[in-house]
Design a protein around this ligand. Structure first.
Ligand SMILES: Nc1ncnc2c1ncn2[C@@H]1O[C@H](COP(=O)(O)OP(=O)(O)OP(=O)(O)O)[C@@H](O)[C@H]1O
Ligand SMILES: [Mg+2]
Ligand SMILES: [Zn+2]
Length: 719
């Protein structure tokens, strides 16, 4: 019964149909009057766990939250959905505080957010004693423990306050990180029975992890950014200098960037952060100082430009992508040289030898993560003690379909050249010798006389440099520490020279678009920005990207249709429904006029149509189908449409799902289809990688996908 009420609140205010895993259980405990600890990953939906019950309890709910900016965002979000909430903190004038206290006493609010420092003031607790407080939610509850990574002494006052209150309120503690010690502290200090703990898995299904190795980082980054210009993302770099450097470079190239690191003034940092949160700029370049208390939900990617120092930091930072649940990317650009930066930081800043050893071990786990060939998500979950982890099917290891090239001979050329040069030089000099450069320094050292001089002159110095970078990342070459890194052939490299092992290299990874937005989405995104500016809140508070995406696909034009959309509650319908519908109708009319124009004019219109359909998600697959039927090869279609091959393949698969006529025998022979079906019977069809492993080499991922699609349709291809 009570749960039905909770669900209707979820729908009415937040516009969601169902609770997520864990949410329902936590709320059930609270409604039964029990204290509870909720452990859910970043973006897992902890806020709802106390915001919904807050609407059901008779009295006030107090939320303790550690950061002022976070509190402000939460209160904005609640106000936007029509829930009466407010906060009291040090940014307010004393008369503002008085006013709010007055309103609280008169029952104007359901939720009151407080920073923990408030509880230090005894007079404030006296005030609270005069209010009926039903429920206390402690957000980011790990701050209560000295063992946590964000210990806040004032959190200790929470237990004290609870005891002071006349009616004992129910208590909920929520956090994304709880090692056993922290968990114990939370239970003990807040008087929560250990068994009242609800813990959901740590996996974030909408995140796909990638590691890029042996590739030019700068080039990769720019190619990625070019394809994802409109999207919000964070780039993490290891040092302040690196942040500044990247920031300058991208700014000069015309990207919309902000920056954040410990060397900037408070005011500067705040301004840059706000610009990012409000979508005034799309890219944030920062050290790990950035991110605590950032609830921005529409971050589509997080790129680590350098190796982070441990998995804890890495997962927390990467986890800031995709809070809204839409597919998002976490990319780590690995270069073996970056290990030196992290080693240097450990050696320089830590005196305690035990701590130093611990940090070095953690760094090693981070490096191992970069070298594993297993599922990346699985590695992360194992690291955090989740034994039931399964292959994700979407990380760069699970989906690796690149062909492997044997580069043993080239590797031998490079390594033997290094030996002949006496293993005394860096990357640039080695590359110059191999290309046969006339560089003065090189001539001075008489390196033009050695046997390998000009041995690879058909390649550019840049190509060879990249190749050396690859050999370093695969540990065929060791890099010395120091200001001028010197390269030496490793033991693994010596085996290559002796012909004991071969060297294989994969094709370079190409960048892709994180999300293909349709034209209406791009249009409505601008409208959202205007609405947000008028309300002085961040755009994602008005509508999440996910909500906007659904609107742009379903194109609702009535109140009923609009209300059906995930993320639209009664309040949002009232507030924004008419405006949005107006814009959708206008867009539809414009489109209609455009297609009429196309019908009347012939040749010219076709280009408009093609241009339009490339962008519009709805029709894109049909354009691909059209070209395919005209006899173009898949690769040609990809090239002509400037999309990657996988996208084109997905287009055809979608045509298949929509039962459109495609001659599938062109992709998979009936006997191969039978093989896939047999494999499916054995390992299921939820994950691709196990299937691929089960099948002969020559059956590609695409063939498997085709077979699965046909299997789902229950169709045998005919010969
Ligand atoms: N039942 C639900 N259905 C759909 N979306 C939901 C649901 N519950 C929460 N969300 C959405 O999930 C997103 C993340 O929620 P929230 O900010 O509460 O995460 P969190 O667990 O507090 O993360 P963090 O640890 O980073 O604070 C929000 O955009 C929220 O609206
Ligand atoms: Mg939260
Ligand atoms: Zn995986």
């Amino acid at each position: 019964m009570m749960m039905d009420k909770a669900r209707s609140i979820l729908k009415e205010y937040f516009g969601y149909d169902n609770f997520r895993k864990g949410q329902e259980e936590i709320i059930q405990h609270l409604l039964d009057g029990e204290n509870v600890v909720g452990i859910m990953p970043t973006g897992g939906g902890k806020s709802i766990c106390y915001q919904v019950p807050a609407m059901m309890f008779p009295g006030l709910t107090i939320v303790i939250s550690p950061l002022i900016s976070l509190i402000k965002d939460h209160v904005d979000t609640l106000t936007e959905v029509g829930i009466p909430a407010t906060y009291i903190n040090s940014t307010l004038h004393s008369n503002e505080v008085q006013e709010r206290v007055y309103d609280i006493k008169n029952g104007h609010y359901k939720l009151l957010y407080l920073a923990p420092e408030r509880l230090e003031a005894d007079y404030f607790i006296e005030i609270l004693k005069e209010v009926t407080i039903s429920f206390i939610a402690v957000d980011e509850a790990h701050c209560i423990s000295q063992w946590g990574h964000d210990f806040r002494p004032s959190y200790a006052k929470i237990g004290f306050m609870i005891n002071k209150l006349s009616d004992k309120p129910i208590v909920a503690a929520l956090t994304a990180t709880a090692t056993p010690k922290v968990h114990e502290d939370i239970c003990q200090l807040l008087n929560i029975p250990w068994e009242n703990t609800i813990k959901t898995g740590f996996a974030r299904d909408n995140l796909s992890f990638s590691i890029i190795k042996g590739q030019d980082k700068g080039k990769f980054l720019e190619s990625f950014l070019k394809k994802n210009k409109e999207e919000s993302g964070i780039i993490y770099a290891a040092t302040r200098q690196e942040v500044e450097k990247l920031h300058d470079r991208l700014l000069k190239k015309g990207y919309s960037v902000s920056k954040y690191h410990g060397g900037m003034s408070d005011g500067q940092r705040e301004a840059e952060q706000q610009a990012f949160i409000k979508d005034d700029v799309s890219i944030m370049i920062a050290t790990n100082a950035f991110g605590m208390g950032i609830d921005k939900s529409n971050i589509r990617y997080v790129i680590h430009y350098q190796l982070p120092k441990n998995m804890e930091g890495y997962y927390q930072e990467a986890g800031r992508a995709g809070r809204d649940g839409l597919p998002s990317k976490c990319i780590l650009l690995y270069s073996a040289q970056d290990i030196r930066i992290q080693r240097f930081l450990i050696d320089q800043t830590i005196n305690d030898p035990d701590k130093q050893k611990q940090d070095i071990d953690k760094l090693q786990s981070m490096i191992n993560f970069c070298h594993t060939e297993d599922c990346l998500q699985e590695y992360i979950l194992h690291y955090f003690g989740d034994e039931h982890a399964e292959k994700c099917g979407q990380c760069s290891n699970c989906t690796d379909e690149r062909t492997i090239i044997d580069v043993t001979v080239d590797a031998q050329k490079v390594l033997s050249c290094m030996i002949r040069m006496g293993e005394r030089f860096g990357k640039t000099m080695i590359a110059q010798v191999l290309t046969g450069s006339k560089n003065k320094k090189l001539i001075d050292f008489q390196l033009d006389r050695i046997k390998t001089y000009g041995l690879m002159k058909e390649k550019s110095a840049k190509e060879i440099s990249d190749f050396i970078e690859f050999l370093i990342s695969e540990q065929y070459i060791d890099v010395s520490t120091g200001a001028m890194p010197i390269l030496k052939v490793s033991n693994k490299g010596k085996d290559v020279l002796l012909g004991k092992t071969t060297v294989e290299r994969k094709e370079q990874v190409v960048t892709v678009k994180v999300s293909e937005n349709n034209t209406l989405f791009e249009y409505l995104r601008k409208i959202r920005k205007q609405l947000a500016e008028a309300e002085n809140v961040p755009p994602f508070v008005v509508f999440s990207d996910q909500t906007l995406r659904i609107i742009s696909i379903t194109m609702p034009v009535t109140h009923e249709e609009f209300r059906e959309i995930k993320g639209i509650g009664d309040h949002k319908l009232q507030k924004y429904g008419d405006t949005m519908i107006e814009h959708i109708v206008k867009f539809k009319n414009d489109q209609h006029n455009l297609s009429e124009l196309e019908d009347s004019e012939n040749k010219e219109s076709r280009t408009i149509k093609e241009k339009r359909s490339k962008k519009s998600v709805e029709n894109s697959h049909l354009v691909t189908l059209d070209l395919w039927k005209k006899g173009l090869a898949m690769k040609e279609i990809a090239k002509q449409r400037e999309l990657n091959l996988q996208t084109i393949e997905n287009h055809l698969l979608r045509c298949g799902e929509e039962q459109l006529e495609v001659d599938w025998t062109k992709f998979i022979k009936p006997e191969d289809q039978v093989k896939v079906v047999k494999a499916i019977e054995k390992v299921g069809m939820d994950k691709l990688k196990p299937l691929k492993e089960e099948l002969p080499e020559e059956i590609s991922y695409f063939m498997i996908k085709v077979a699965i699609m046909l299997e789902k349709r229950g169709q045998q291809i005919l010969n």
